[in-house]
Design a protein around this ligand. Structure first.
Ligand code: AMP
Length: 336
């Protein structure tokens, strides 16, 4: 696939004229795709997941923060994926990325096995235990952005070690909006790196217990407001099935519920899909104003609601733009 930036500078005058609102990509069979919006760069983990829920157990699933986020963002525009896999990474998983026209120039295939994560959910699926983590090729991963990715305006630093997120942030030139996701592990293990990272980004995403852990504040509103003074322009605090809170440095505030679902098969990746939907919507619209950020939060919430209906990326594989639009319409009618 020709990278988006190479194509953009390829001297096509009609295209250059509309470069702010259209992006052209070529797929492997030589077809040109003209899409609205600017590209999104996604970095994070690409994993083989082994997941057990109270009703089923599946092994060797496509997982990882970047896999979920990249596929989620691809519903809104072109995506560039940065990550590492091993020689055991199934071709079917790569084919799934390709079927969503995700640019894989930044996907490294290293000598070794793919990062593997094993998790188990309790009957109340808000409770998850990590049973094992095999870093494998991730252990020596040093992301190096292809030159064509370094001017990408919208960046999602998916959940990985903050030092790796920092390294990717440093390689991007003048991004318009950078979102970073994190987790309890890094707040505990790499707090200093995380504190430095969030000074370099526009939005931090974390869940309620992580916000409390990070700030040592029990009250979630105080916790969110406190993080917003630590660097990022905005902070999104996820509350699982209870939705999300958005805080701005200037005192802005927004709260939304989650899309109501009566059956959840596997919550894995919901947070990553949320982040992918948020950055995807911002890139698609090119609008980083607070009212549009609220809509981005809603779009992220909706993509995440599809993710949890099946294991791995199986639901997103079948998802259509029309289904997202229909859920958006329904969601609008649920809000007062
Ligand atoms: P989420 O459910 O949004 O928290 O994300 C789940 C995904 O995160 C799974 O597919 C895992 O492969 C991946 N994951 C689990 N632990 C880590 C970690 N320490 N670093 C990066 N990714 C991880």
């Amino acid at each position: 696939m020709v990278s988006i930036n190479e194509w953009r500078t390829g001297g096509e005058p009609a295209f250059a004229e509309h470069a702010r609102s259209h992006v052209a990509t070529l797929d492997k069979s030589g077809r040109v795709w003209l899409t609205y919006g600017m590209p999104v760069l996604v970095v994070g983990s690409i994993a083989l997941d082994h997941i057990k829920t109270p009703v089923a157990e599946h092994r060797h699933l496509l997982g990882g923060s970047a896999s979920y986020a990249a596929v989620a963002a691809s519903f809104f525009g072109p995506v560039q994926l940065v990550g590492v896999v091993g020689h055991d990474f199934p071709k079917a998983h790569t084919a799934l990325f390709e079927s969503r026209s995700i640019d894989l120039e930044g996907l490294e295939v290293a000598d070794g096995e793919t990062f593997a994560w094993t998790g188990e959910y309790e009957l109340n699926m808000n409770n998850r235990r990590t049973l094992s983590v095999a870093l494998n090729v991730f252990e020596h991963f040093a992301p190096k952005l292809p030159e064509a990715y370094r001017d990408t305006p919208y960046v999602l630093l998916g959940n990985i070690a903050p030092s790796l997120q920092k390294s990717v942030r440093a390689q991007v030139r003048n991004p318009k909006f950078v979102v970073a996701d994190t987790m309890d592990l890094w707040i505990g293990m790499a707090r200093a790196d995380l504190v430095e990272l969030i000074k370099e980004i526009d939005m931090l995403i974390l869940n309620d217990s992580e916000a409390r852990q990070f700030t040592e504040e029990d009250n979630l509103i105080r916790a969110g407001r406190k993080i917003a003074t630590m660097g990022p322009r905005y902070v999104a605090v996820k509350k699982g099935e209870h939705g999300c809170l958005l805080f701005g440095k200037e005192g802005e505030f927004f709260s939304t519920g989650a899309f109501p679902l009566d059956e959840i098969k596997d919550p894995t990746g919901a947070g990553d899909c949320f982040a992918g939907g948020v950055i995807g919507h911002l890139a698609q619209t090119g609008d980083i104003s607070f009212p549009n950020l609220k809509e981005a939060i809603i779009q992220g919430t909706l993509v995440a609601s599809f993710c949890v209906e099946e294991f791995s990326l199986r639901r997103l594989e079948k998802l259509s733009d029309g289904e997202i639009a229909a859920r958006r319409k329904a969601f609008g009618s649920y809000i007062a």
